[in-house]
Design a protein around this ligand. Structure first.
Ligand code: FAD
Length: 510
């Protein structure tokens, strides 16, 4: 073998640079399903099933192109269990002249592969991940000399550089950001005419994977009955098309809205296909831009959506690769509580959390506001150690890969990076959840978001006031949170003591 092309579970892109110079006569592909990738964090069943099903389908498309694929299945009797050990065996057996691979998304995986390949004295040709608009070097150059790394400025540069939603050198519509027109809450009657999201019935290959995961990972969280994620490029393209046609027009409007029993709403549900590299961000952005230019989608929706991909997704990758490995250890608020065990089962009296956790375990999906302002917010207010929150988020979602999950969890959601990513912690009381769900989540709940102490007090509201008290001086020194802290002036010493005691009681019960 001349080149052994290593393809990881989140590198399922037939257009990747590693295939540019492939010669089926002398090169071969290596892929391996290893238990470690599902157990280093306690991965949910839908997440494991998605990766394995998509890998198996991708290997088949490579074989169809005439490539030899050395593929170790999870249940192969000699499976060594880790990427490093499996690769080690493959290098001994196949003796390639060179290992070629796309730069991996995870820091941990990069270290493991580098040292395994080095131990064999084989050259490693690590190629740029062309999937992304920006290289890590581009991001480093952008970050140089800036005290703060706000997404908004990075996004504007990306819009200009890649000529997206631009009219000459001006942003389309005269504004970079149309969020003021987005983010409505549902009316009391709830969402109406929610378009159906495209789901894919598992084929024979996927059914085999589902059976394997059910047996092998029986004690892992999550469910498999509803598994219907896109697992091939052609399914991912259909899912994209459906989103652009039916949901993008109202995406912006309902981007932040919550409603019980409504997991899909107007979101794209494309993150897993993007992160596995079944979809390229350029084709997603171009499709949204074209829909706007053709007058099928309002600019506010197209812009709001494109910002998530051209802005946030690229930006968090830059944060990850410029800050790792130290980033994963950060704990700026010195939070030390343990994550409540019921995060893994969804069994809690709080209706909003039960709803968000329930759909997470069932589908491996929750939309951004559920992750940030329901689940993440609760952990932040409770004061859970950010590394535990990170492990949970990395485990449960079908789109979870560390380069995107870690900055979102540790930086954006848990404010654990000392303000590098977000200019303020995302904190709110139960009233935010009440407002964004048109009252629906709280109407069905035994807790009252307007009360901070007493039997019916909403734990979010109690913990929110407790958070203000615990971090009063830091929040008062930040212009973006000073108004929130000012409200403490109206809280008497006795009331403060009651808040602190009730917050402690909530922590003791977790
Ligand atoms: P939409 O809301 O329809 O957005 C469209 C696309 O934009 C997404 O598919 C995604 O690719 C991208 N996107 C949107 N927001 C972000 C963001 N903040 N960062 C990066 N890309 C974004 N996203 C992941 O892909 N993997 C994760 O593991 C992940 N973990 C998260 C953890 C927390 C605590 C939070 C607050 C957010 C996390 N996100 C993660 C970001 C975001 O919530 C998901 O990308 C989004 O909910 C996926 O659903 P969707 O495809 O319907 O997205």
């Amino acid at each position: 073998i001349r080149n052994l092309i290593v393809v990881l579970g989140d590198q399922l892109d037939a257009q990747a640079g590693v295939f540019d110079d492939v010669d089926v006569g002398v090169d071969a592909v290596w892929m391996a399903e290893v238990a470690e990738e599902s157990t280093h964090v306690w991965s949910s069943k839908p997440r494991i099933a998605l990766f394995l099903a998509a890998m198996r389908h991708f290997a088949q498309t490579l074989r169809d192109r005439g490539l030899v694929v050395h593929y170790t299945a999870l249940d192969h009797p000699d499976n060594a269990g880790t990427l490093a050990a499996e690769l080690d065996l493959a290098l001994q057996r196949l003796k390639p002249q060179r290992v070629v691979m796309t730069a991996p998304g995870d820091w941990r995986v990069l270290q493991a592969i580098r040292s395994t390949v080095a131990a064999h004295g084989v050259p490693l040709d690590l190629r740029e991940d062309r999937h992304f608009y920006a290289t890590v070097r581009d991001f480093t150059a952008h970050a140089r000399g800036r005290k703060q790394l706000r997404m908004e400025y990075f996004y504007r540069v990306m819009r200009q550089r890649h000529d997206v939603l631009m009219e000459g050198d001006q942003p389309a519509g005269g504004q970079w950001n149309f969020d003021a027109e987005n983010r409505e809450a549902f009316p009391k009657t709830g969402p109406s005419d929610v378009p159906e999201t495209l789901r894919f019935a598992p084929d024979a290959t996927t059914r085999e994977v589902i059976a394997l995961v059910a047996e092998r990972f029986a004690r892992h969280p999550g469910e498999l009955d509803d598994f219907s994620w896109p697992v091939t490029r052609s399914q991912a393209l259909q899912a994209l098309d459906r989103f652009i046609q039916q949901r993008l027009p109202d995406f912006g409007r309902w981007q932040d809205a919550l409603w019980p029993g409504q997991p899909w709403l107007w979101h794209a549900h494309l993150s897993s296909a993007l992160n596995l590299k079944l979809l390229n961000p350029r084709e997603v952005v171009q499709a949204a831009q074209a829909a706007w230019r053709e007058g099928r989608v309002p600019l506010a929706s197209a812009e709001g959506f494109i910002r998530q991909i051209l802005g946030w997704r690229e930006y968090v990758r830059g944060i990850y690769w410029t800050q790792m490995p130290g980033y994963a250890e950060r704990n700026a608020l010195q939070a030390t509580a343990n994550l409540s065990a019921w995060f893994w089962t969804g069994q809690t009296d709080m209706v909003c959390l039960r709803d968000a956790l329930g759909q997470t375990l069932r589908y491996g999906y929750a939309h951004h506001i559920q992750r940030l302002m329901v689940i993440g917010l609760y952990a932040l207010l409770l004061g859970v150690q950010p590394q535990q929150v990170h492990q949970w988020f990395l485990a449960v979602y079908v789109d979870a890969v560390e380069w995107v999950e870690l900055p979102n969890t540790l930086g954006m959601s848990q404010a654990a990076d000392g303000g590098l990513m977000a200019s303020k912690p995302y904190i709110a009381s139960g009233k935010y959840i009440q407002r964004m769900s048109g009252g629906s989540l709280c109407a069905a709940c035994r807790f009252d978001p307007a009360q901070r102490v007493g039997e019916r007090a909403c734990p979010y509201t109690t913990l929110y006031w407790d958070f203000l008290l615990r971090h009063e001086s830091a929040l008062a020194a930040n212009p973006r949170t000073v108004m929130q802290v000012r409200n403490l002036a109206r809280v008497s010493t006795e009331e403060r003591a009651r808040i602190v005691a009730q917050a402690q009681a909530i922590r003791d019960m977790q």
